[in-house]
Design a protein around this ligand. Structure first.
Ligand SMILES: Cc1cc2nc3c(=O)[nH]c(=O)nc-3n(C[C@H](O)[C@H](O)[C@H](O)COP(=O)(O)O)c2cc1C
Length: 192
């Protein structure tokens, strides 16, 4: 099962966060990082990172920028808005090339071993349908906004159509923050 989390890393005194789909396996985590992201660059040399289990809206926020109220455990950044955070040390890096419909991708498969876990005192909010739709928008956004990914015109049109459809539902069922984040994504892609 893929778990959508926010991975936080730090390099040259700069904190970075990104939504990433990870696999948990006992005390280990495995993630597939596409070449070109800051998370990829940071974990190429840095050995520590945090996996933040967050509300869906925080997953969508993390695709847009790195600004946040970071907390630190032994200089490893993590998110104040996390329900709980697991800290890992990199124990394996594997470099592979994969061919899919988005073309040839260079991937780094990172395996981490748990070193610490912190539970934050945060109460979950009720599920809102805009939560899931916003995360779907963030997935499409991260592909459309990525210069390294080649997307053919038909697929691109289809993805843009989906973004607009999700936005129309978010406008009906979501809160102010959901709508604002969806608007930023659409505006950045020149779809609004
Ligand atoms: C829900 C979700 C899951 C994602 N999973 C991955 C992933 O598993 N691997 C990856 O390389 N990028 C993944 N991405 C894309 C990255 O989050 C995106 O490229 C991001 O801009 C990288 O940020 P960074 O440059 O700060 O590292 C995902 C995006 C979303 C919204």
């Amino acid at each position: 099962m893929i778990n959508e989390v926010v991975v936080a890393t730090r390099k040259n005194n700069r904190d970075n966060k990104a939504p990433i789909g990870v696999y948990f396996k006992d005390k280990k985590v495995i993630m597939h990082l596409f070449f070109g992201s800051h998370t990829y660059e940071n974990l190429l040399t840095e050995d520590y990172f945090s996996v933040n289990i967050v509300p869906p809206i925080e997953i969508a926020k993390a695709v847009l920028d790195d600004n946040d109220e970071y907390l630190y455990y032994d200089n490893i950044p993590y998110l104040k808005n996390s329900y709980y955070t697991i800290f890992y040390k990199v124990v394996k890096r594997e470099f592979v090339e994969r061919d899919d419909k988005f073309g040839k991708n260079r991937l780094m498969i990172v395996e981490g071993e748990e070193i610490k876990r912190i539970y934050l005192d945060k109460v979950p909010k009720p599920y809102n349908r805009a939560d899931g739709l916003l995360v779907e928008m963030a997935v499409i956004y991260s592909r459309l906004a990525n210069k390294n990914i080649k997307i053919d015109e038909d697929d691109k049109k289809e993805m843009e159509k989906e973004m607009k459809k999700y936005f129309s539902i978010i406008k009906k069922v979501g809160g102010r923050e959901h709508k604002q984040l969806a608007e930023i994504m659409l505006r950045n892609l020149n779809l609004l």
